[in-house]
Design a protein around this ligand. Structure first.
Ligand code: M6R
Length: 366
C-alpha cells in the first residue's frame, strides 16, 4: 500500500494534489458553487445565519483558525474558531442563528462531537460538519455536511485531511459571501479558477522536497523551534509547529510575528531555528522587519516566501520560494513545505513517523 513511499505520512503529503482535486470535483462543476453541496436545505439555512462559530481539535482547529480570517474578510459575518474541548465546558453566549461548524478528519473525536451537542443544547439552530469519513458519528449528528475527499488517512499526523478541510472552508466562505452579496459573480469565477489551479500549485510546492529535506538536517539536533506567520498564515505557522512537535518531538511554538517583541524574542539565539511563513501579501514588509529582529539576536531564519518577493540575501537567512502567490488560497499552498519539513526532521531523528509515541489517530475519549 505504501508504493514507493517510506511512510504513510509521506504518501499522504504527496497525495494532496489528488485529494484537493477530488474534493473540488465533488463540489464544483459549474462556474458557481451551489449551496446544495452542504446538503438538502442548505441554501435557506446559510441565508438565515448571522454568524459562524467553528469548533474542532488539533489540526482541524488550525483549519478553523484559517477560516476565521477568510469568513470575516470575505463574507462580513462574525466568525470565531474555538477549541472544542474548551467550548464544551464553558458558559458561552449562544445566538440561535449563529451557524455551528465542526471540523474533523475522523468524525469520531469525542470533544468535537460533544461540543456540537452542547451547541445544540444551548439553542444553536444550525449545524454543519466538515468531515473526511462519511458514516462517522459527527456527520450523523449534524444538520448539514460536507465530505472532504482526502481518502483514508493512516498517518497519525494529519496532512491531506487538513488541506482538503481548508478547501471545504473556502467553498463555505464563497457560498456565504455570495448569499450575502459580498462576493460578486465575477469574483467568484476568479477564485474558482484559482481553486482549479490549486492542485498544480501544491504539486510545485511538493517539488521543493529535496531542498526542504536539506534544511531539516539543521533541525534534528535542536530542542526548540519557533514558527512565525501573520494574518491568515499565523494558523499555518501553528500547524507547522504542531507537525514538527508531534512527529519529531522537537518542542515547537507558533507566534503571530507581531507578538515577538512581547515575549518570545527573549528565547531567540543561535540554537533556536525560526521558521517563517512569508507569502507575498500585505503583511510581508511588517513580517520582514520582525525577521530582522530575529537575525539581530543570532536566530537562524528558514523562510518560505513566494516567487515574486524581494529578500536581501544575508547570513543566517535560508530562503525557499513557492511557485507563485496563490491569493486567498495561499495558506493551503504554504502548508505543504511545513509538512515536508516536519517529516524530514522526524526522519533525521529516526522517530516512528506514522505512529508517534503517546498519540492515537482518533481521540475518541476525552
Ligand atoms: O479526527 P479529527 O480531525 O477530529 O482529529 C483532531 C485531532 O486529534 C488531530 O487533528 C490531531 O491533532 C492530529 N494528530 C494532528 O496531526
Amino acid at each position: 500500500e505504501l508504493g514507493n513511499y517510506r511512510h504513510f505520512m509521506q504518501k499522504e503529503i504527496h497525495e494532496q494534489p489528488r485529494a484537493i482535486a477530488d474534493t473540488l470535483l465533488a463540489a464544483v462543476t459549474t462556474s458557481s458553487v451551489s449551496p446544495g453541496i452542504f446538503g438538502p436545505g442548505a441554501e435557506d439555512i446559510l441565508r438565515a445565519v448571522n454568524g459562524v462559530r467553528i469548533l474542532a481539535c488539533g489540526t482541524s482547529y488550525h483549519a478553523a483558525k484559517v477560516a476565521e480570517y477568510w469568513m470575516e474578510s470575505l463574507t462580513g459575518l462574525p466568525c470565531r474558531a474555538e477549541i472544542a474541548s474548551e467550548y464544551r465546558y464553558r458558559d458561552s453566549v449562544a445566538d440561535p442563528d449563529t451557524l455551528i461548524v465542526t471540523i474533523s478528519q475522523s468524525g469520531e473525536t469525542r470533544d468535537t462531537i460533544d461540543a456540537m451537542i452542547q451547541a445544540k443544547n444551548l439553542g444553536h439552530k444550525y449545524s454543519l460538519a466538515i468531515c473526511n469519513v462519511p458514516e462517522s458519528a459527527l456527520v450523523r449528528t449534524a444538520d448539514l455536511k460536507f465530505l472532504t475527499r482526502a481518502g483514508p488517512e493512516i498517518g497519525v499526523a494529519s496532512t491531506k485531511a487538513f488541506t482538503t478541510q481548508l478547501v471545504a472552508l473556502f467553498l463555505l466562505t464563497l457560498v456565504l459571501g455570495r448569499l450575502r452579496g459580498k462576493i460578486s459573480d465575477q469574483q467568484e469565477k476568479v477564485w474558482l479558477e484559482q481553486l482549479r489551479e490549486l492542485p498544480g500549485l501544491v504539486q510545485q510546492a511538493l517539488a521543493l522536497e529535496p531542498q526542504i529535506a536539506a534544511w531539516a538536517e539543521h533541525f534534528a539536533d535542536k530542542h526548540h523551534a519557533l514558527f512565525l506567520g501573520r494574518g491568515v498564515h499565523y494558523p499555518i505557522a501553528m500547524e507547522g509547529a504542531l507537525k514538527l512537535k508531534e512527529i519529531s518531538y522537537i518542542h515547537a511554538e507558533a507566534y503571530p510575528a507581531g507578538e515577538l517583541k512581547h515575549g518570545p524574542l527573549a528565547l531567540v539565539d543561535k540554537d533556536m531555528p525560526v521558521v517563517a511563513v512569508a507569502p507575498n501579501d500585505i503583511l510581508l514588509e511588517k513580517l520582514k522587519s520582525n525577521l530582522q529582529e530575529v537575525r539581530a539576536r543570532g536566530g537562524e531564519l528558514y523562510v518560505f516566501a513566494d516567487l515574486d518577493s524581494h529578500f536581501t540575501p544575508q547570513e543566517g537567512l535560508h530562503l525557499l520560494r513557492l511557485p507563485t502567490n496563490a491569493g486567498p488560497l495561499s495558506p493551503i499552498v504554504h502548508t505543504v513545505p511545513l509538512q515536508i519539513l516536519a517529516y524530514h526532521a522526524a526522519l533525521c531523528k529516526g522517530t516512528d513517523v506514522d505512529k508517534p509515541r503517546n498519540l492515537a489517530k482518533s481521540v475518541t475519549v476525552e
